[in-house]
Write a protein that binds this ligand. Structure first.
Ligand code: UDP
Length: 406
């Protein structure tokens, strides 16, 4: 098990001291996180790393996952796509199912926490069980820059009952009656996904997937989701491959709250046409070492998202000093300052142009990767994220006390 002390080499002793100071003030306070999947996607990734560190700090934090049937997750995926901008209409059957599933979960989840920390839209309606003495945080991990207004209005009735809303990027701030806080996500430099790996491990992962280590490797790690544009990535690769002999790795698994994955994968398989230089890797959960090795083995990492709450995969690749080309959407520009810590693009043609440029200019690519690592070290490691959360918890408790003493 990783100890907090081990983070000192990346962030310095002062940062850890500050965390201990804040955590000590939270003694006796219980914080219950609730989301909709234990594996797959960025939210589960962060909670998996964050909860043990909160425990080490002596904070009473727990994590529960709501349960729902296949139809519930179809409805919430539709909601997710709508909040990312797709026009959708929800039937009464769908909203009833959404509310009933939230109600059913409310009845089985523990209900004695001081602070409820609810992640994303799926469990958002749990707020209907708010009691006077507790505080509720709604943490939105998705790209909220241009939501479908019907869906937004529906969800807003629940969001505005929370004490505070957390968003990942300034462009996601909405007109809301409750306070909004900007807290961006983070990666854990000591997790299996991000820790240093011996060259033999990297080589053995390449061998396992029959990837040629002598030729350039271009990689995108993502759930198979339309908004990650894997089909666009294959088109980019095809354009570049005419000029440069390289390989494409598209690696990803599913998430239990994302029912669209197999359909997207089928579309990518169809367009990849058994090309021996395109590696479509369907990874099982807990493939962290494989993902780490694939990122480290890459010449260039792509994240050609069309919408993106933050894009942990961008931070993961930058932390490994990899040159990254990513869509200029959502939370990605927080991590990539164009031509300084990576390249931002808007189209297939633009991404292909950027990829050719980086494959032909390794010195420039190296510099972008180095700048990227430093930017992640300063802003997007888990210790900064913990600090922001601890301060938020304290501010919520202080606010409650003010109310008592007024
Ligand atoms: N990931 C994974 N296995 C996969 C695909 C992705 O473990 O097959 C991880 C990836 O390394 C990253 C997270 O899941 O840590 C995805 O987070 P991101 O913010 O990039 O996207 P999201 O899936 O949350 O939209």
């Amino acid at each position: 098990m990783v100890t907090l002390k081990e983070y000192e080499k990346y962030v310095g002793a002062d940062v850890l001291y500050e965390l201990e100071l804040y955590a000590a003030k939270l003694k006796g306070v219980s914080i219950q996180n609730i989301n909709s999947t234990a594996v797959g996607g960025g939210v589960a990734e962060i909670l998996n790393r964050m909860i043990p560190l909160l425990h080490q700090l002596g904070v009473n934090a727990s994590w529960d996952v709501i349960k729902g049937g296949e139809r519930f997750f179809e409805v919430t995926k539709k909601m997710h796509n709508a909040l990312h901008g797709k026009a959708e209409i929800f039937t009464k059957e769908e909203t009833d199912l959404y509310l009933e599933t939230n109600e059913m979960n409310a009845n089985v989840l523990d209900n004695d926490a001081d602070i409820y920390f609810i992640h994303d839209p799926q469990p958002c309606a749990l707020i209907r069980n708010k009691k006077k003495k507790d505080s509720w945080i709604w943490r939105c991990h998705i790209d909220f820059s241009n939501p479908d207004l019907f869906t937004w209005d529906y969800l807003k009735q629940f969001i505005e009952q929370y004490d505070v809303g957390i968003f990942s990027a300034p462009s996601f701030a909405r007109n809301l009656k409750i306070p909004q806080v900007l807290i961006s996500p983070s990666i854990d430099p000591l997790s299996n996904k991000n820790k240093e790996l011996p060259q033999e491990t990297i080589d053995s992962v390449l061998e396992k997937f029959n990837i040629d280590k002598k030729r350039p490797i271009v990689t995108q790690i993502s759930r198979f989701d339309y908004l990650k544009d894997p089909v666009g990535v294959v088109k980019v690769f095809r354009q570049v491959k005419k000029y440069i002999d390289c390989q494409l790795v598209l690696a990803g698994g599913g998430a239990t709250d994302d029912p669209e994955g197999s359909q997207v994968l089928a579309e990518v398989q169809a367009i990849a046409e058994n090309d021996p230089d395109i590696f479509l890797l369907l990874l099982p959960p807990a493939s962290d070492i494989e993902i780490n090795a694939l990122q480290r083995a890459s010449t260039v990492v792509l994240q050609k998202s069309l919408r993106e709450g933050f894009g942990l995969t961008v931070a993961e690749a930058l932390w490994k000093s990899k040159p990254v080309i990513a869509g200029a959407v959502g939370g990605i520009p927080l991590q990539i300052s164009h031509k300084y810590s990576g390249l931002l693009t808007h189209t297939i043609e633009g991404t292909a142009f950027a990829l050719k440029q980086l494959l032909q200019n390794p010195e420039y690519a190296k510099k972008l990767g180095e700048n990227g690592r430093e930017l992640i070290r300063k802003n997007f490691l888990i210790t900064r994220h913990l600090r922001d959360y601890l301060l938020l918890f304290l501010s919520l408790l202080n606010k409650k006390e003010d109310i008592v003493y007024l």
